[in-house]
Design a protein around this ligand. Structure first.
Ligand code: SME
Length: 159
């Protein structure tokens, strides 16, 4: 496993294309879910400098905070609550260009301005979400959606 990332400073597309094989390498041969989520969060933080990037995992009827990079965050989110809970309920990616315009958005930090939440699936069920926050408005689009969905699909859920 490579222990250093090669960080590129090109377009968003180029950045994702560079980081995906490196994430694949980080995940290869490591069966532990928490270790893998931690490294994916770190790789995304290092490549893109996102304000907050991390995972919430479904535990009973809530999402519970998992591995992340960034400021401290709220630990529990109910299904349907906030952007994360809504993405879980809808079982689909949500892109929020301006969090203040999203009804029920949970403000873990007032500095967060836009957000994308991508569900993690196992055997057809949502088992967690990847949440990425930016301190700039309008930061996420279909390119992020496409590549982040690809990245979460690389994470093996069963341990
Ligand atoms: N803003 C999220 C909560 C998680 S934090 O951003 C890390 C939401 O509305 O679900």
């Amino acid at each position: 496993m490579a222990e250093d990332l090669e960080i590129v400073s090109g377009t968003k597309e180029e950045a994702y294309q560079s980081i995906i094989p490196q994430i694949r390498g980080l995940l290869e041969g490591e069966p532990d879910l928490i270790a893998n989520l931690a490294n994916v969060a770190a790789a995304l933080k290092e490549q893109f400098g996102f304000f907050w990037v991390g995972f919430y995992l479904v535990k009973k009827d809530e999402l519970v905070l998992g591995p992340f990079q960034g400021p401290v965050a709220c630990t529990r989110i109910r299904e349907g609550r906030g952007v994360c809970g809504a993405a879980w309920q809808k079982a689909s990616t949500l892109i929020v260009p301006d969090v203040e315009k999203f009804p029920g958005h949970i403000a873990c930090s007032s500095l967060s301005k836009s957000e994308i939440v991508v569900p993690l699936f196992h055997q057809g069920n949502v088992v967690g979400v990847l949440d990425v926050d930016s301190d700039a408005l309008n930061m996420f689009d279909e390119t992020d959606q496409r590549y982040l969905e690809k990245i979460v699909s690389l994470i093996k859920i069963d341990q």
